[in-house]
Design a protein around this ligand. Structure first.
Ligand code: ADP
Length: 524
């Protein structure tokens, strides 16, 4: 592909769209002007034009996707796949490279199979958590789907982005088994056991034979995933959700270490979260409701929020999955474990029936696999609210959580922002999701928040923490932060990119991986 910013780029896009119209039908091909407001970052921190689509196509089957890929190669134009396009806080449906044609897979929304015995589903990219949940409920299934915080996103897109949910199956990519992928050259590959003709094991064993390929198609620009197997969780006999509120800022390390022990001993089985008071407050009330002034909440204002909403400075939300007797026993173990943190309070859903219980009721839903949109309420914190997330990975250690929190909190003060966050507990790691809510209509506020995120990533990197995911605007610097041995990881990704996608048509720049023709060119 020649540089997309060269003079014949617009006419190549027009020619490619015309060829795609021939292949897919006029109803499934859209000019840039028709989709300029559709495939955008709804919480844009830069100008929409920085990540504007060059058009869009809506393929209806694998052969359509192959046709789109072949045409993109023929005309040397970039294309950018999305499943449901709800990757909000990280760029939404917008392409990394302005001018790329969006390949919107929403029409490919078949739930191809649900196997009740083996507990898996095989789905197409357009299947949302809500749709899969509806399907399971309609069939009176014994299985549940682990959902992301917001249930409107797709099973495929979220797993490909290494997203999370909050049941014991919360590591979404960790529960993927078998993919079908249209490669950048138009060929179709099935991973793992899918390589065996006539197999009935595609969704049962991940690794197949030879190198394990699935990871290559996650957070990458090497292929378009058209089918994915996902393991589903058998519903537990009984489910108990609880919240632990610890009163003081400095209780964070003790709470983190206690949760680690409870996870390692199998008492807490799910991807539980420890959240900052303001994060929880914002899922229930606006800043106007709780503070009513401009600027960041100071220490006293945060104390008031804690008292008014019966929240701790930090709040753990976790679930117990087992028999009723086992859960009752495990709850006692949790009570004992947190009792050494002075002032720690445990609440069950029935302990908070009023408005201040909304957050626990909402966490109950996601932890029991009920997709919903409750936490969209966060965006009402400020007028025209949007958010951007900075997401460093930490070892599951209280001292690391404290180091990140104190460092970020100080930086946030410099930029006039409050620190909001969620620590999501995996198996050995914590995903520290620092969330910044801003007024998307205020240009000065947008550039301030972007500058702050850049600084927070640089600070985290200086402390040895890398981010696991990033907004489009920050993909290059996060990619560069994985710099060990002269950027050996990125060199390998680039070598793969050149081999798999020699024309560099697929999602150029995603995760900082640029095709040869655009490497070191200032499209960034
Ligand atoms: P969500 O499920 O949250 O709506 P998106 O559809 O926005 O997710 O996808 C998130 C990102 O994942 C996209 O920007 C794209 O980079 C990648 N992606 C999504 N679907 C596919 C797919 N089917 N094949 C390859 N990459 C995909």
């Amino acid at each position: 592909m020649s540089r997309p910013i060269d003079s014949d780029f617009p006419s190549r896009i027009d020619d490619a769209l015309a060829a795609m119209r021939e292949a897919l039908g006029a109803d499934n091909v859209f000019e840039a002007a028709a989709v300029a407001e559709k495939y955008i970052d709804p919480y844009h921190v830069m100008e929409h034009s920085d990540f504007a689509p060059g058009g869009a196509v809506t393929p209806g089957c694998v052969e359509d996707v192959q046709a789109v890929v072949r045409i993109a190669n023929e005309f040397g134009v970039p294309i950018s796949p999305i499943s449901t396009g709800k990757n909000n806080a990280y760029g939404g449906a917008a392409p990394r490279l302005a001018g790329a044609i969006i390949v919107d897979l929403k029409r490919m929304n078949q739930i191809i199979e649900v196997d009740e015995d083996l507990a898996f589903a095989l789905v197409e990219p357009g299947v949302s958590y809500m749709a899969l949940d509806d399907h399971l409920r309609a069939g009176d299934s014994r299985l549940l789907v682990d959902t992301a915080d917001l249930g409107w996103g797709s099973v495929v897109g979220n797993a490909l982005e290494h997203g999370v949910g909050f049941t014991p199956y919360g590591d979404h990519f960790g529960h993927v088994c078998g993919m079908e992928v249209v490669l950048a050259n138009g060929e179709v590959v099935r991973t793992g056991m899918g390589g065996v003709e006539g197999t009935n094991t595609w969704q049962s064993f991940k690794y197949g034979y030879g190198p394990y390929l699935d990871g290559l198609f996650t957070q990458s620009n090497f292929g378009i995933v058209t089918k994915m197997g996902i393991w589903l969780m058998p519903k537990p006999e009984s489910f108990t959700v609880f919240m632990v509120a610890v009163p003081e800022e400095q209780d964070l390390p003790a709470l983190v270490d206690t949760v680690r022990d409870l996870k390692q001993t199998g008492i807490i089985k799910n991807q539980c979260t420890v959240r900052h008071v303001l994060f929880d407050a914002a899922t229930m009330f606006t800043k106007e409701d709780l503070y009513g002034q401009d600027g960041r909440l100071d220490v006293d204002a945060i104390q008031n929020v804690k008292a008014k909403l019966r929240l701790g400075h930090w709040n753990l939300f976790a679930g117990l999955y087992g028999s009723a007797e086992q859960n009752a026993k495990d709850l006692e173990t949790v009570r004992n474990a947190v009792s050494h943190i002075e002032g720690a309070q445990i609440y069950l859903v029935e302990d908070r029936p009023g408005p201040d219980g909304a957050v626990l009721r909402s966490r109950h839903k996601v932890m029991s696999g009920q997709p919903n949109l409750n936490e969209l309420k966060l965006l009402d914190w400020v007028p025209n609210g949007g958010h951007i997330d900075v997401a460093p990975i930490l070892p599951m250690q209280g001292k690391d959580a404290w180091r990140q929190y104190t460092s970020m909190n100080e930086r946030c003060k410099e930029y006039g922002h409050n620190y909001f966050s969620s620590f999501i507990f995996g198996t050995r790691e914590i995903r520290h999701i620092a969330t910044f809510i801003f007024d998307t209509e205020d240009a000065a506020e947008r550039s301030n928040v972007l500058a702050m995120c850049r600084q927070l990533l640089a600070d985290s990197r200086a402390d040895g923490y890398g981010a696991y995911r990033s907004h489009l605007a920050l993909m290059d610097e996060v990619g560069e932060s994985y710099s060990w041995n002269d950027g050996a990881q990125m060199k390998l990704y680039e070598a793969l990119k050149d081999a798999i996608d020699p024309n560099g048509i697929l999602a150029p720049g995603k995760q900082g991986i640029w095709p040869a023709a655009l490497r070191k060119v200032s499209v960034k």
